[in-house]
Design a binder for this molecule. Structure first.
Ligand code: PEP
Ligand code: MG
Length: 578
């Protein structure tokens, strides 16, 4: 039995067999096979070689590579892949060591690469990079088969991976994927956000997890406490089954909150909204007692399928949400592509530092046809319900004015063609950067509402990558600098008399709900499955005690003290299971 501690990103407890998948940064742990599986693994290796050769052939033909240096690299790769001795080394290794195809490919190729690296000749030592490249290509073919298996699962599993892309997570079939654990990631990485939306227990930032899990392992994922247990003994299994039962009971108790209003004990109504990515999640918002959609992340329209969505694709998605919400508010955020949300369509540039690069509204303002297509669809959908538009990652007043000018251009186009839309559609912005937080008073003059995106606001304020497990302990909403900015934005929004909500993950973290209420926030937007839990907190407290807590927090100068104080306060409301 082995126990690993990571970051809990999605609550609940899952117990199942492990399904190990590797993505980008391949580090293949040694996994043994039985003698009877040998022939099958060798067949997989041969197929991967054949597929890689075919793929290189296709790239070469399609791109009609003429440039000498690039042609040479392709030739080197081809030579390696066609070299029968090289393939034989890999298959011999499987025969002898009884290991998986992935492990054999990775081990043999890394051996060859390290041999090259040691040669005291620059030309030869640089060939090591080619070997790593060939390794990656072969592994992509081998592991691609695993991806297919995930789609066609017939038994319950927990997914174990080095990292998962948001699109991979979103495609999990909840019936069979009971939870996941990854070596990379942070609480507000988009993969974690999707896990919460799907209601799948998940733990991330588990160092060296891959080296101790095999496909035969039973794994417990404790998404409440951030613990993963590999090959648990009988006593531990029993203990976790009991936890899981208590957690399910608590979830049932929360169901009771669905139809009651979110009002504090001293009578202050709080608006609880859902964050969604896909139209059918609107139904979950309603099932969980949400009063509308506070954040519709539309970039997911771009992340699936090989082509860019058309205006009608957008319109159909928005009109479906409007139909389901039946007059309840829907805040459609214009696309927030970039950073960890990069489309398959390949239009996005490669950047050394994408979080500070051409992402979000910046990308839209440099790709006007794309932006206008989306705005047209949003405006057309604005007649179908209480639809509002929100621009993400606004950093400066100039950016906001530009975005609004383009919106007006699109309105004029629609006027010309007699297409109806709501000319009074509210236009809001996300406050996600220190720059917009500090100039919120100014931005309020051009905005109908603000939504504080704490996931990015924390990242940019503290200069801590939200998806990087190496600095995850430094990423905290309880840092005084973050709270200072939030307080200041609330003050500016109230002074300007415009709407304000919080839609980052902080809005649904039990320890922060009371604090946000005490700081003056009255609208919170979150992953739909978390709405009942937040409602329970709202209904259990008075605004007076929240104000007191917020005043106390303002006197503390370390995130540790603040966190402890907030945890104690939340602990009086929620069971220890949380
Ligand atoms: C945020 O940054 O807080 C936010 C809600 O946006 P996203 O998580 O999609 O970046
Ligand atoms: Mg954001």
């Amino acid at each position: 039995m082995e126990l690993r501690k990571g970051i809990a990103v999605s609550p609940g407890i899952a117990i199942a067999r492990a399904m190990v998948i590797d993505s980008k940064d391949y580090r293949i742990p040694r996994r043994s096979i039985m003698a009877s599986q040998r022939a099958g693994e060798i067949k997989r290796v041969r197929r991967a070689f054949a597929d890689a050769i075919r793929e290189l052939d296709q790239i070469e033909t399609a791109k009609r590579i003429e440039e000498g240096a690039i042609r040479d690299i392709f030739a080197v790769h081809m030579r390696f892949l066609r070299d029968k001795r090289f393939l034989k080394r890999v298959t011999d290794y499987i025969e002898k060591e009884l290991v998986t195809a992935e492990y054999a490919v990775s081990t043999i190729l890394r051996e060859i690469a390290s041999h090259f690296e040691k040669v005291d000749d620059v030309y030869i030592s640089e060939r090591a990079a080619d070997i790593y490249d060939i390794e990656r290509r072969l592994l992509t073919h081998l592991l691609g088969k695993v991806a297919e298996e995930v789609e066609h699962l017939r038994e319950e599993v927990v997914i174990v991976a080095h990292d998962l892309a948001p699109t991979q997570t979103a495609s999990f079939n909840k019936t069979f994927v009971k939870g996941f654990a990854t070596e990379r990631g942070g609480r507000t990485s988009h993969t974690a956000i999707i896990a919460r939306s799907l209601g799948i227990p998940a733990v991330v930032a588990l160092e060296d997890l891959m080296s101790c899990v095999t496909a035969q392992s039973t794994v417990i994922i404790d998404g409440n406490r951030g613990v993963v247990v590999i090959d648990p003994d009988e006593a531990t299994l029993e203990e976790y089954r009991a936890h899981a039962r208590r957690f399910t009971e608590f979830e049932h108790e929360l169901d009771g909150f669905r139809d009651i209003p979110a009002v504090t004990r001293d009578g202050v109504p709080i608006t609880l909204l859902g964050n969604v990515e896909f139209p059918d999640e609107a139904e979950v918002v309603l099932q969980k007692g949400g009063q509308g959609i506070g954040l519709y992340r539309t970039e997911f329209l771009y992340l699936y399928g090989g082509t860019e969505p058309t205006e009608d694709d957008h319109y159909h998605a928005y009109s479906e949400v409007a139909r389901l919400m039946n007059g309840k508010p829907i805040v459609i955020r214009t696309m927030d592509l970039g950073a960890d949300k990069v489309p398959h369509t390949n239009r996005h540039p490669q950047e050394a530092n994408p979080v500070l690069g051409l992402r979000s509204i910046r990308y839209c303002l440099q790709n006007l046809p794309l932006f206008k297509t989306q705005l047209r669809a949003i405006l057309r959908a604005s007649t179908l319900g209480d639809v509002r538009v929100m621009f993400p990652l606004i950093t400066t007043m100039q950016e906001l004015c530009q975005a609004k000018m383009i919106l007006r251009d699109v309105m004029e186009d629609l006027d010309e063609y007699g297409v109806p839309y709501n000319a009074q559609m509210p236009v809001g912005i996300m406050i996600e950067t220190p720059s917009s937080a500090l100039t919120a008073g100014l931005l309020a003059t051009e905005s109908d509402f603000f939504s504080i995106g704490t996931n990015d606001l924390i990242q940019y304020t503290l200069a801590v990558d939200r998806g990087n497990e190496h600095v995850s302990t430094m990423y905290s909403a309880a840092e005084p600098a973050v709270l200072y900015l939030i307080r200041s934005v609330i003050h500016d929004a109230n002074k300007a008399g415009i709407g304000l909500s919080v839609c980052g993950e902080m809005a649904s973290e039990p320890e922060f709900v009371m604090l946000l209420l005490g700081m003056g926030v009255r609208t919170l937007s979150m992953a739909p499955p978390l709405i009942p839990e937040v409602k329970k907190i709202v209904c259990s407290v008075t605004i007076e005690e929240c104000n007191l807590l917020a005043r106390k927090v303002a006197t503390l100068d370390s995130q540790r003290q603040i966190k402890n104080l907030l945890r104690d306060a939340a602990g009086r409301i929620l069971p220890v299971e949380y």
